[in-house]
Design a protein around this ligand. Structure first.
Ligand SMILES: Nc1ncnc2c1ncn2[C@@H]1O[C@H](COP(=O)(O)OP(=O)(O)OP(=O)(O)O)[C@@H](O)[C@H]1O
Ligand SMILES: [Mg+2]
Length: 313
């Protein structure tokens, strides 16, 4: 059965989406079957992965193009075409009701969805359940009966049996979206910047998880056990003494929390240049960044193996 992992922090902009999609892609290239679920109405994982799909699909044509004419202008125009293609692709998916929104809405039996699983292939071994910009608006109001919606979707459609990892990109606020994501998860990972405010995000998250999941009487009945895999420090400025001090302070602040030994380094030029880090492969400037994703993926696999072994004892 798939291991379901939520990437979550109550603080925004800490690289939750970046980690979810890049770790997902890394695990997929290692041969694991991976599904990414974009639970954030901001929709960044979907935008990035659909664009990545267009890039990968056109890679061969691009190579030919660059051999014929590789002026910067042509490359830029080509990029705009790709963005439009991926946006059109999303538009079609949204019209066919193939987004995460359907997980929370009862299906109209007279009009069953074309693909009840809602999964879309991005590249080999890597699928996506696309996000939906209207998600927050559409499922406001009384949502108490929706807490199990993600878990029901994954089990009713046998999705959990078809993947090794299901990675959920969560929004940075507590709502039914985060609640039902964690309800469906075996593990959660907390990406965190090395600053005071992100540490408040960790604190708030831990309080919510204790209250709404671990000590919740309905959750207790399910026999499921959400486990924290640890905190991953993100957007870390390398070689700066103050950053090391901040890391140590945060570790002291949360003595009972485990921290990943690998961090995600800060590299200001990456976001504008590459949607997915793997697009930067071959450019030695980004070796450290790509390495960090590989190390984080390895640590995730190892940590889960450790937990599974302990559970078996
Ligand atoms: N290695 C990096 N160095 C510097 N900036 C980065 C790096 N990787 C990603 N970024 C940028 O950092 C910002 C935050 O990343 P991301 O969107 O993944 O965070 P998030 O936690 O998902 O945010 P939100 O809470 O808004 O969903 C983005 O603008 C992204 O492009
Ligand atoms: Mg995000």
């Amino acid at each position: 059965m798939a291991k379901v992992i939520s990437f979550i922090n109550m603080k925004g902009g800490v690289a939750k989406t970046t980690l979810t999609i890049n770790v997902g892609e890394e695990l997929a290239t290692r041969g694991y079957r991976v599904l990414v679920i974009d639970m954030d109405p901001q929709f960044n994982a979907t935008q990035s992965l659909l664009l990545y799909k267009t890039h990968q699909r056109d890679a061969v044509i691009d190579k030919l193009h660059s051999e014929i004419n590789n002026s910067a202008e042509v490359v830029e125009e080509d990029e705009i075409v790709k963005e439009m293609t991926s946006a059109e692709e999303y538009d079609a998916l949204s019209k066919k009701k193939l987004t995460v929104l359907q997980i929370f809405q009862s299906t109209d039996i007279s009009e069953p969805p074309v693909n009840p699983r809602l999964t879309q292939e991005i590249v080999h071994n890597l699928d996506l359940i696309p996000g939906d910009l209207t998600l927050a608006k559409e499922i406001s109001g009384d949502t108490a009966n929706k807490v199990g919606a993600v878990w029901d979707h994954l089990t009713n459609n046998n999705i959990v049996f078809d993947y090794d990892f299901i990675l959920i990109d969560c929004p940075p606020t507590w709502s039914i979206l985060t609640h039902s994501s964690l309800f469906a998860s075996d593990y959660y990972i907390i990406p965190s910047k090395v600053d005071f405010y992100s540490s408040i995000g960790i604190q708030l998250l831990e309080e919510q998880i204790a209250k709404k999941i671990k000590n919740d009487s309905v959750y207790k009945l399910t026999n499921r056990k959400l486990k924290r895999l640890g905190v991953i420090f993100t957007l870390v400025h390398r070689g700066i003494k103050a950053e090391e001090t901040r890391i140590n302070n945060l570790k002291e602040k949360f003595p009972s929390i485990k921290f990943f030994s690998s961090n995600l380094p800060h590299m200001p030029s990456i976001p504008t240049k590459f949607v997915m880090y793997s697009d930067a492969k071959g450019d030695s400037k980004y070796d450290q960044l790509i390495n960090s994703i590989e190390k984080i993926a390895t640590e995730i696999v190892e940590k889960i193996e450790e937990v599974v072994k302990l559970d078996e004892k």
